[in-house]
Write a protein that binds this ligand. Structure first.
Ligand SMILES: [Mg+2]
Length: 280
């Protein structure tokens, strides 16, 4: 579906959002508390770009549930998927998958899995990644239903992992990953091993395409964790929602950060409705 222009505003809003623990409840993965804000965004034709550590297979399910037809960013900035014909101009991409043009930033998943195994052997640390786990084990850890866990395992650019042991063990592991040119970041439940990509680069590149299509844009980013930090740096209006314990992640610090009142989708709703009122 091509982008729509809203004649009501001189500057176009574009909203980038994390999913887990932000638009989706940390425990139930529901976006219900944010329904009225989502409806208002849709009514106004504001692009809502999902920007998550989830896989393409998972995001496609949420896009259907949200009736969302906008580009999306998967696996912590591993790749951006742009529906064919979405922008009224041609722009570079690396792959064509189904009805998407794919801009790739990430390291191929098999390489990440090899590195996890190498680092485990070298460090002797007790590390486990999604690649070591069965669908049932992923379901138990994430509290996703079996089908959701299956889609979460269809990974292309990001290996979620955890380390059993003291924090020094994690630090040692992270150093070894960094030596191999990889990055580690922290999401709501897991650490994530990726190539030299993050949500920020993918968001900045996509903002440039929106600006080419719309002219000047006012960009909003909403997240809850450390892995959202690069995205929040890349937008005009950074918003942080409360985590499950009712606190804002203290490691997420950017200038002019709006700390929304409310956990996950409740905070999301409040922040978005506030923003839209001020935009009028
Ligand atoms: Mg999150």
């Amino acid at each position: 579906m091509p982008i729509t222009h809203s004649p009501r505003h001189s500057t176009h809003l574009v909203i980038f959002t994390d999913l887990d623990g932000t638009l989706l409840d940390h425990e139930t993965y529901s976006f219900d508390p944010a329904q009225d804000a989502l409806k208002e965004i849709e009514r106004r034709g504001i692009p809502l770009v999902l920007c998550t550590s989830k896989t393409r297979a998972e995001v496609e399910r949420y896009r259907r549930a949200l009736n969302n037809h906008h580009p999306f960013i998967v696996e912590n900035g591993g790749a951006t998927f742009i529906p064919t014909g979405y922008f009224p101009f041609a722009s570079p991409y690396q792959r064509e998958v189904g009805s998407y043009h794919v801009i790739e930033y990430g390291m191929p998943y098999p390489r990440l899995v090899d590195m996890l195994r190498e680092v485990r052997a070298e460090s002797g640390a007790r590390i486990a990644g999604f690649s070591d786990l069965s669908i049932e084990q992923v379901a138990a850890l994430t509290r996703l239903p079996a089908e959701g866990a299956r889609l979460a395992k269809v990974r292309e650019y990001d290996e979620p992992f955890f380390v059993k042991g003291p924090p020094e063990e994690l630090d040692r592991v992270k150093t070894l990953f960094r030596k191999r040119g990889c990055r580690c970041t922290r999401g709501g439940r897991f650490h994530h091993l990726t190539g030299p990509n993050d949500k920020g680069k993918a968001v900045s590149d996509l903002v440039r395409l929106f600006e080419r299509a719309y002219g000047e844009c006012r960009t909003v980013g909403i997240g809850d964790s450390q892995n959202d930090l690069p995205m929040l740096w890349a937008v005009d209006v950074p918003i942080l929602v409360q985590r499950i314990d009712g606190k804002h992640d203290p490691t997420v610090r950017v200038p002019n950060l709006i700390r929304a009142q409310g956990i996950g989708p409740q905070g999301w709703r409040t922040a978005v409705l506030d923003l839209l009122v001020r935009q009028d």
